[in-house]
Design a binder for this molecule. Structure first.
Ligand code: 16G
Length: 253
């Protein structure tokens, strides 16, 4: 049995299937990774061996690999071939403490960075006004960020704040909670809702995971001491990178 057969299956790609060959080859590689036949950091067989093994052209192989590299499942290293991507370091986040992304990452020795997706001030939508208890006509500041730790994308965050707490989104460079603390409006309490989600193609590309990968969708509504809502954020955390941990105690009557 050749290495290609051992890793990607001995069965040829059938000629009857109307799905383009490169997509079927992609599927084959993806399922080998899911099954664990191809392990994280393992090198794929060379382009020529895959082409010969499946009796397809090298252009088809290249196209199949390029798609998987784009979705984050594979990494290409100049001159040394294609590898299965490494899983990110898993991060545990306590569910009982109101911490910020930057604090969470720094406490684990990881350097938090931001890639901006959008930032603007605009009229609150009806949904935003309801959540943030705003009057009609009030403005909100919207901050859409990709959050990275040690260069690895970890979460997409879409935060909305009443503009009176943050009148100019350009004031924010790194940590929203540090900036709110400087302005005397750091939240002290929050309600959070967690649900399971599948990532869309756009979100998956940002987080460098396969389309449809599992994620945790988290809504956080955060308040000041006097219960004024200060932030509503919807985040998508990579399912393969996060563990949320809660401490449970028996209530004493
Ligand atoms: C966390 C919060 C998010 C907050 C952000 C501030 C969750 C689920 N979400 O990611 O609501 O806006 O921290 O982080 O924990 P920063 O101060 O680093 O910008």
């Amino acid at each position: 049995m050749t290495r290609v057969e051992r890793l990607l299956g001995a069965e040829r790609l059938s000629g009857d299937d109307p799905t383009p060959l490169y997509l079927r080859l992609q599927e084959r590689i993806r399922s080998s990774i899911t099954r664990g036949d191809l392990r994280p950091l393992e090198a794929l067989p060379g382009e020529r061996d895959i082409a010969e093994g499946f009796r397809v052209s090298r252009v088809t192989v290249r196209k199949a690999l390029a798609g998987l590299v784009k979705s984050g499942l594979l990494k290409q290293r100049q001159g040394s071939g294609t590898y299965v991507s490494a899983p990110p370091q898993r991060v545990e986040q306590a569910l009982s403490r109101l911490t910020s992304f930057s604090e969470d990452m720094r406490s684990r020795g990881l350097v938090p960075t931001v890639r901006w997706l959008a930032r603007e001030v605009s009229l609150a939508s009806p949904g935003e006004a309801m959540r943030l208890l705003l009057s009609p006509g009030e403005q909100v500041c919207r901050l859409h960020r990709l959050r990275l730790a040690g260069g690895t994308p970890m979460a997409i965050e879409r935060a909305t704040l009443p503009a009176r707490f943050l009148p100019d989104p350009l004031l924010l460079e790194e940590s929203l909670y540090d900036l709110l603390a400087l302005r005397g409006v750091r939240p002290v309490r929050a309600l959070q809702r967690l649900s399971a989600a599948h990532l869309s193609a756009e979100e998956a590309a940002l987080l460098e995971v396969p389309v449809g990968a599992a994620a945790l969708a988290i809504d956080r509504l955060a308040f000041l001491e006097d219960s004024t809502p200060v932030e509503f954020t919807r985040s998508w955390y990579r399912g393969d990178a996060y563990d949320f941990v809660a401490e449970l105690t028996l209530r004493r009557e």
